[in-house]
Design a protein around this ligand. Structure first.
Ligand code: IPE
Ligand code: IPE
Ligand code: MG
Length: 266
C-alpha cells in the first residue's frame, strides 16, 4: 500500500474513532460519572513482545495512554484518577527494566508538568517515595509541588506502591497516636483508618479498570476497593485510549450498585 493509502486508512480510522467516541459519549449520563476511577496500567510488556520489540518500548507507549486518560478524565470532570505505575513487587524485575522505568518517571515528571498544570491536574504520588533513588523521588516531589494548585483533577500516581504496605504504614501512624495519648483506641473506626491511608481525604474509587485481561488486584488499593465496580478488558495498556475509557464508563453506568442492600424496587 502506498503512502496515500496509509494516510487515507489512518484518516478513516481516526474518523471512525471520533464517531465511536461521540456515540459512547451520548450514552453516558454526566450526572452519574464516577468520582474516582482507578487504573492498573498493565500489559506494556505483552504489547511490545507481540511486535518483537523490547518490553521498554511498551512502557514508553504506555505513557501516551496515561496522557489520553488523564485528558479525558479532566474533560469529563471526573475529580480523581488513580494510576498504578510501579508496585512494591515490581522490584523483582530485571534491574535494567526497573532502571528504565525509574528514568521514565523522571522523564514523565519533567515533560508532562506544563501540560498537567495547563489542564488543572494536581499530581499526588501514593507509595513509598522514600524508597526510591533520590533523583526519582525529587523529580516526583517537584511534580507534586509544581501542580499543587490544580483544581480540575487529582491524579494519584502509584509509584513504589503496595496496598499492604499502605495499611502497615497506617497502622504504625495510628499506633503512634495511641502511644502518645493523642488517640483513644476506642475511637479507631473505618474513618480513622481511611484518614491514615495515602489516599486520605479522597473518595474511594467507584470504578477500577484493569487492562490486559488479568482478574487480580496485584496489591492495589485493597482497603479502598471494598465496593468498587471492576472492569476488566483484554486491551493492552499501550492500546488503551479514549474509546476504551468511555466504554468502561458506559459499562459502569449499567451496573446496579447495592452496597450490601437490596436491588432497587425490592
Ligand atoms: C505494566 O506492564 C507496567 C508495570 C508493571 C510497570 P507490564 O510490564 O506488567 O506488562 P506485562 O504484564 O508484562 O504485559
Ligand atoms: C500490576 O501489574 C502493577 C502495575 C501495573 C504497576 P503487574 O504486571 O506487576 O501485576 P502481576 O504481576 O501481573 O500481578
Ligand atoms: Mg504485568
Amino acid at each position: 500500500m502506498g503512502l496515500k493509502g496509509i494516510v487515507s486508512r489512518r484518516k478513516t480510522s481516526e474518523a471512525k474513532m471520533t464517531r465511536d467516541e461521540d456515540m459512547l459519549k451520548s450514552c453516558i449520563d454526566p450526572s452519574r460519572l464516577p468520582r474516582h476511577v482507578a487504573v492498573i496500567m498493565d500489559g506494556n510488556g505483552r504489547w511490545a513482545l507481540k511486535r518483537g520489540l523490547p518490553r521498554t518500548v511498551g512502557h514508553q507507549r504506555g505513557v501516551s495512554s496515561l496522557r489520553e486518560v488523564v485528558h479525558l478524565s479532566a474533560e469529563l470532570s471526573i475529580p480523581v484518577l488513580s494510576a498504578y505505575a510501579f508496585s512494591t513487587e515490581n522490584w523483582r524485575r530485571p534491574p535494567e527494566e526497573v532502571s528504565f522505568l525509574m528514568d521514565l518517571f523522571v522523564e514523565y515528571a519533567a515533560k508532562e508538568c506544563d501540560e498537567l498544570k495547563q489542564n488543572g491536574v494536581k499530581v499526588r504520588v501514593i507509595g513509598r517515595v522514600e524508597g526510591l533513588s533520590p533523583h526519582v523521588s525529587e523529580a516526583i516531589r517537584a511534580l507534586e509541588e509544581e501542580t499543587q494548585d490544580g483544581q480540575r483533577l487529582v491524579l494519584n500516581l502509584a509509584v513504589n506502591y503496595g496496598a499492604r504496605w499502605e495499611i502497615v504504614d497506617a497502622i504504625k501512624a495510628i499506633a503512634d497516636k495511641v502511644w502518645s495519648g493523642k488517640l483513644n483506641p476506642e475511637e479507631i473506626d473505618e474513618t480513622v483508618v481511611g484518614d491514615h491511608l495515602y489516599t486520605a481525604g479522597l473518595p474511594d474509587p467507584d470504578l477500577l479498570i484493569r487492562p490486559a485481561g488479568e482478574f487480580r488486584l496485584s496489591n492495589f488499593l485493597l482497603w479502598q476497593l471494598a465496593y468498587t465496580e471492576f472492569y476488566v478488558t483484554p486491551v493492552l495498556w499501550p492500546d488503551f485510549g479514549r474509546v476504551d475509557f468511555l466504554q468502561a464508563l458506559v459499562h459502569y453506568q449499567r451496573r446496579e450498585r447495592r452496597f450490601g442492600g437490596l436491588k432497587r424496587g425490592l
